[in-house]
Ligand binder design. Structure first.
Ligand SMILES: *Cc1c(COP(=O)(O)O)cnc(C)c1O
Length: 373
């Protein structure tokens, strides 16, 4: 079979979504499935929806176009604040967008008016991550400005955590977000439909707490896809961590001495781990490289040590058995490695367990293969 390839177990993605939806429902929280980590792959989006996600969220308009052209009609939110140059496309294909700039919201309002539509606005509040967000003290005034604009509806507020910094959302911070929601309602006279508390990093709080206040939504990507807590990298009990497997092919195996010098030409390509010094060890090359994925984010199987990688070659050392040319090796990607691989044109995407009811069609142009249909 074609290599390198990403094997995607849609059933595990559906079950992971189902597990989180069930547990969060008890706390009054709905799940929006975030597909940016998989390039807006429609079959994966369908698996999230089949698992009970109430809508989808994306950070790139090209990925939204991918979802829409596969026939997905559910609500899609743009979670990266829109580019002023893309307001028309946003209004055309997204129901809602997360915003921090009044000029952009004003652009969205004009675009919505041209199309005779109403576009939903979520206001993102800065709660400590220091990436995007309106400072809390300015939230009410921005909300009032939104109310004056035509063809936009203030739908709610949200926050994001642990993306740029590793500020973990705690009970006190989320209680503050609830309070801010109530203040906005008081000054605007509106009822906020959605208070979106954050992403996968919020799960320890959400699953542990019975006091979720006004928070009624989380935007989840990494936990659904990889079953791990993004802050600690540890598996979340009850979730599959192996929905994605990256498979690469061996193109050379030789017994070679250790390199004479460990000074590499490009310091960013430095191996993360040098194996214990055997004079001669079995080394193999896999036909995959930095161009295809974040090589540092791959977990090798038992008995295989990562030595280094360049743009097209990944060099490993094997302790027990020698791999033969043409053999395949399975590795587990972390979120960053997954995202790069899902967007790499030379990595085939093989969908396992696709259901007949799925409306998603394979994307021929991006090299999707089908198996087990
Ligand atoms: C990426 C992102 C998410 C999803 O984060 P995960 O850690 O993958 O759950 C949610 N909200 C925003 C604004 C994001 O950028």
């Amino acid at each position: 079979m074609t290599a390198p390839r990403m094997e995607i177990d849609l059933e595990k993605i559906r079950k992971n979504t189902r597990f989180l939806v069930r547990h969060l429902r008890l706390r009054g929280i709905g799940v929006t499935g975030v597909t940016k980590g998989v390039g807006g792959n429609p079959a994966i989006a369908e698996a999230m929806l089949a698992g009970g996600a109430t809508g989808l969220a994306e950070s790139r308009i090209t990925n939204v176009a991918n979802l829409r052209s596969a026939g997905i009609t559910c609500a899609i939110s743009m979670i990266r604040t829109p580019m002023l140059s893309q307001v028309d496309q946003i209004v055309q294909s997204c129901d809602t967008s997360y915003n921090t700039e009044i000029d952009v919201i004003s652009g969205l309002a004009s675009a919505a008016r041209r199309r005779d539509k109403v576009h939903n606005i979520m206001l993102m509040v800065e709660m400590g991550d220091m990436r995007e967000g309106i400072m809390p003290e300015n939230l009410n005034s921005v909300a009032l400005q939104v109310l004056k604009l035509p063809n936009v509806a203030l739908r709610g507020i949200g926050a994001n955590f642990a993306c740029l910094s590793s500020v973990v959302p705690d009970a006190a911070t989320l209680a503050k977000l609830s309070m801010l929601a109530e203040e906005v309602e008081e000054v605007s006279g509106l009822n906020l439909v959605t208070v979106s508390g954050g992403n996968s990093a919020n799960l320890p709080w959400a699953l542990g707490s019975r006091q979720t206040g006004r928070i009624n939504n989380l935007r989840l990507g990494e936990a659904i896809l990889l079953g791990v807590d993004p802050v600690s990298g540890t598996p979340i009990a009850g979730l599959y961590t192996d929905a994605f497997t990256l498979i690469a092919e061996v193109i050379e195996t030789k017994v070679k001495p250790q390199p004479a010098s460990l000074h590499f030409v490009d310091p960013t390509l430095r191996p993360i781990h040098i194996a214990p010094d055997h004079d001669h060890c079995g080394r193999s090359i896999l036909a995959i490289g930095q161009q295809d994925t974040d090589v540092a984010g791959l977990t090798m199987p038992e008995g295989v040590t990562y030595l280094g990688a360049t743009s097209d070659h990944l060099v490993i050392q094997t302790t027990h058995s020698h791999l033969r040319v043409g053999n395949e090796l399975k590795v587990q990607p972390n979120y960053r490695a997954l995202t790069r691989a899902m967007n790499a044109p030379d990595i085939a995407k093989v969908l396992l367990g696709e259901t007949h009811s799925s409306k998603a069609k394979p994307e021929r142009s991006s090299g999707f293969c089908m198996e087990g249909v």
